[in-house]
Design a binder for this molecule. Structure first.
Ligand code: G1P
Ligand code: MG
Length: 217
């Protein structure tokens, strides 16, 4: 029986996945190479330092640790500039209504994000108080597809793993949900997320009870 939702943040609640992409691309361009959308898919759900390591490997660059930390800070400064412009208008379609239905039905919800900027974003868009727990890049040590973030989310909600459903836009995030024994709803396309238990383009018009009864049992 589903008793709780574990939400990824970037690309699920807000479209910050495109901001991450823009900032990583700018960093790569300054280093003299480019990244495309296909490669960017492999950064989704991955921590800041793991992301930069992958990008440098992709660009065949080896840099001293100090320089890598400098670049990660620079990218984050660009990214924070973008998220600080956000308001509740940036919440993706259907999410506010889905949260209302979760609350009406007495279900619990937690955030399960790789990002260290998660609390800042939740504050900006006015959703912080709706979450019963927040597990983010400040409290996990392993990137998705490791299930740590979702296992901690279920624990924080005092639910069994199988009582939770994960909402994700990243292939690695869906792998993480499955590794934790949870079902996963993918926000995206079957092409990007062939591993999802159910694919939606958004939550617009979605009835929560119908979703649980018809699609997730
Ligand atoms: C991190 C990474 C980013 C990744 C995101 C996933 O965010 O930088 O590449 O896509 O998590 O949510 P950060 O802690 O830098 O906000
Ligand atoms: Mg995401």
């Amino acid at each position: 029986m589903i008793k709780g939702f574990l939400f990824d943040l970037d690309g699920v609640i807000v479209d910050t996945a495109v901001y991450h992409y823009a900032a990583w691309k700018k960093m790569a361009n300054q280093l003299g190479f480019d990244i495309d959308e296909e490669f960017n898919e492999t950064l989704k759900g991955i921590s800041r330092m793991d992301s930069i390591a992958r990008i440098l490997e992709y660009g065949k660059m080896e840099l001293p640790e100090e320089r890598i930390l400098e670049l990660a800070t620079l990218k984050n400064d660009w990214y924070v500039e973008m998220i600080d412009q956000m308001t509740e208008e940036n919440i993706l379609p259907g999410i506010t209504d889905l949260i209302a239905q979760i609350k009406e039905n007495g279900l619990k919800m937690a955030l399960g994000s790789a990002s260290k900027n998660a609390p800042r974003i939740l504050d900006r868009i006015g959703l912080a108080s709706f979450f019963d727990a927040v597990v983010d890049g400040n409290s996990v040590s392993k990137s998705k597809p490791d299930p740590e973030v979702f296992i901690k989310g279920a624990e924080a909600l005092e639910l069994k793993n199988e009582e939770c459903v994960v909402v994700e836009d990243a292939f690695a995030g869906i792998e993480a949900a499955h590794a934790a024994g949870m079902k996963a709803i993918g926000i995206g396309t079957t092409e990007n997320l062939p591993n999802a238990d159910l694919i939606l383009t958004s939550f617009e018009g979605v009835d929560l009870q119908d979703l649980i009864d018809q699609k997730l049992s």
